[in-house]
Ligand binder design. Structure first.
Ligand code: HMG
Ligand code: MG
Length: 299
């Protein structure tokens, strides 16, 4: 496989997608979703979050869901963990990959995890230490990298500082999140370039929400800059409940369609992914946000 041509898709629909849906899906439907996703050729399927069920009731069944999914060899199933309590809950059901999350904006972090940026990083230290001891790999998310719903502009220097701090703490990969989907291609490229000056490009991922319809264009500009890991959510579900106005992630189907059309490889079977997205939309009782799926259905 040609590394320059291969893009790893991190499928976040079962977590970032479902955490913001009004329709609460039962655990067995979430399990069916994850099992369908892991049979499409995706190698990373984020499964759920071990956050406070009071804060995110949609994912209160995290332990049941994680325990119930088929663990396909070669596929990883990371989960979000905000603190040691979440780490313990995750480990109790055998989780081996976690993601910690913070933001480049103080205002957003307070709303999302009730902590300042520095407090959140202090919370991660014991989690990181235990993960290292247990052989658990840790991804890090930086939110609001291209704008914040509460503070507006987010200085690039803050994005770089937080991404670097997570990398130095031991996160193997840092996902740069445009949480509210306000970014545009030149800004996305400049942001990635600034971070890549401090954190190696092969340890970076991009995570775009499609609120303003800019996500595919932003991804393309970041691919041109050299990134090869892209987060997306099947059917374009989701958003962050603590990011006012944020809508869904870019749809995985649309990202895979674009990449394959550019001659890049993902290992994902687009037809199976489209079928999974259509199935999920039916479960949620809403139209899919994937333009590719809509076009295929109309054809
Ligand atoms: P807090 O209220 O400050 O926490 O919340 P606390 O430590 O004071 O605990 C309060 C209560 O929560 C206690 O229960 C704890 O036991 C419980 P009580 O005594 O009141 O009954 N608790 C927990 N329960 C289960 N699991 C836990 C846990 N921790 C505490 N892990 C906290 C702080 C971080 C817990 C809370 O703010 C929280 O859970 N926030 C999560 C918010 C969230 O999930 N947001 C969405 C994910 S981020 C995102 O979507 C962005 C991303 O996609 C990238 C992008 O788009 O930019 C990643
Ligand atoms: Mg997100």
């Amino acid at each position: 496989m040609n590394a320059a041509n291969f893009v790893r898709i991190v499928e976040v629909g079962a977590r970032d997608g479902l955490q913001n849906e009004k329709t609460l899906l039962p655990a067995d439907v979430k399990i069916a979703l994850i099992d369908r996703l892991s049979s499409t050729g995706l190698s990373v399927v984020e499964a759920t979050s071990f956050v406070s069920p009071k804060w995110v009731p949609q994912l209160a069944d995290a332990a049941q869901v994680y325990a119930g999914i088929r663990k396909v060899p070669g596929v990883t199933y990371p989960v979000l963990v905000p603190n040691e309590q979440g780490y313990e809950r995750a480990r109790a059901v055998g989780v081996t990959e976690i993601a910690v999350f913070t933001a480049a904006s103080e205002a957003f972090n307070q709303k999302n995890i009730n902590a300042s940026i520095d407090e959140s990083i202090d919370r991660f230290r014991p989690v990181m230490a235990r993960a290292r001891e247990d052989g658990v790999s840790v991804r890090g998310y930086v939110s609001t990298v291209l704008g914040c719903p509460y503070q507006g502009e987010v200085p690039l220097s803050d994005v770089v500082r937080v991404a670097k701090a997570l990398h130095e703490l031991g996160c193997h990969e840092i996902s740069l999140g445009d949480t509210i989907g306000v970014g545009t291609p030149a800004k996305a490229r400049a942001m990635l370039r600034a971070v890549a000056a401090e954190v190696p490009m092969d340890a970076l991922a991009v995570h775009f929400h499609d609120t303003y319809g800019q996500a595919l264009a932003n991804i393309l500009s970041c691919l041109e800059e050299g990134v090869r890991v892209v987060d997306s959510a099947v059917s374009g579900t989701g958003g962050c409940p603590y990011a006012k106005g944020a809508t869904g992630n870019v749809a995985s189907e649309d990202v895979v369609y674009m990449l394959h059309g550019m001659g890049m490889q993902t290992g994902v079977d687009l037809d199976l992914l489209i079928a999974t997205g259509a199935w999920l939309a039916a479960q949620l009782g809403k139209e899919t946000a994937s333009r590719v799926t809509r076009a295929r259905t109309a054809a």
